[in-house]
Design a protein around this ligand. Structure first.
Ligand SMILES: [Zn+2]
Length: 135
């Protein structure tokens, strides 16, 4: 395995103060599926709110919207490839809930096509920590 310690050239997902190396996550999953729990049908309920699928209700402002390349999402994605989810851990070690770190284009396409679930890998805490990039 030849992973750059500086993550140069890696696919990195940013959310607020958190960054995860998606390249490293894919490497770990390839070597050992036990770094994650596989879910055949992860629910996409509510995720349309986070994507440019649904406008904010009249008078409201969307505070979070994940940017996607719509043409790429609709033509180049493979919906059989599991999305990757990590639990976000706060500064005091508390769990702040799950976050999709890879697969937003697949989610966009799935929701556009009326699907309600996608296959997903939920990384175990050690793997999620191993792919976190400190600030
Ligand atoms: Zn990396």
């Amino acid at each position: 395995m030849k992973h750059s310690p500086s993550h140069s050239g890696c696919q990195v997902f940013h959310f607020g103060a958190w960054r995860w190396c998606v390249t490293r996550a894919l490497e770990l999953l390839e070597v050992h599926e036990s770094v994650a729990t596989f879910h055949e049908h992860a629910s996409l309920a509510g995720m349309d709110e986070l994507l440019p699928l649904k406008p904010a209700p009249e008078g409201y402002l969307k505070l979070v919207e994940v940017k996607v390349d719509i043409e790429y999402a609709m033509t180049k994605t493979d919906l059989t490839k599991p999305i990757i989810v990590a639990l976000v851990i706060g500064l005091s070690g508390e769990s702040l809930g799950p976050m999709v770190i890879d697969g937003w284009h697949r989610i966009y396409r799935a929701l556009s096509e009326g699907r309600e679930t996608l296959p997903a890998y939920l990384l175990n805490p050690a793997a999620a920590e191993a792919i976190r990039i400190p600030l």
